[in-house]
Design a protein around this ligand. Sequence first.
Ligand SMILES: [Fe+2]
Ligand SMILES: [Fe+2]
Length: 172
Amino acid sequence: MPLSHADRILKVNHAGEHGAVNIYRGQRLVCFWRDEALKRELEEFREHEERHRAIFAAELARRGVRRCRSYWLCGLGGFVLGVTTGICGRASIAAVTVAVERVVLRHLEVQLKELDGVDPAAHAAVAAIIDDERTHHDHAAQEPRQGIFRPRVIRPTVSAATEFVIWTGMKL
Ligand SMILES: [Fe+2]
Ligand SMILES: [Fe+2]
C-alpha cells in the first residue's frame, strides 16, 4: 500500500529523532572532561530524544510502516555532528541545538496543522514531542558565549543539513 502523507511524516520524524539521539550521544561521548551540569543536560536531552524516537517507532509499527531508508544515515550523521561539535565545547553544542530545533519546530508546527482532523494518531505523536523540542531550543538559545563564528557558520550549515534530511526523507 502506498504511504500516506501522515506515514511519511512519522517515518521522517522517527529517523530525525534517531539523528537527535546520536547528536547528544556523540556530544556526551567527547565531553567527559567538561562540567557535570553540561553532561547531565546532554544525557537528559538524549533521554527525551529516545522517548520521541520510541513514540514514532510505536506508531510506525502499529501501522506496519517500515522505518525510513535514511534512518541509519541520520544516526551516523548525527553522531559525527555530535562528536565534532562536542569537542568544540558548550557554545558549539548550543549552536547546533538552536539550529536543529529551529528547523524541527517549524516543521512540527506545519505537520500539526496538516494532520489536524486528518490523522489523529499521527497528530498525537507529533503533539507529544513538541514541548520538549521547544525546551531544548529555548535552553540552548540562552547560551551566551556563542560569539560570531558559531551563529554565522554552524547555524546555517546545520540548518541546511537538517532541512535536507527532512526533504529527502519525505521523498524516500
Ligand atoms: Fe526529539
Ligand atoms: Fe530535541
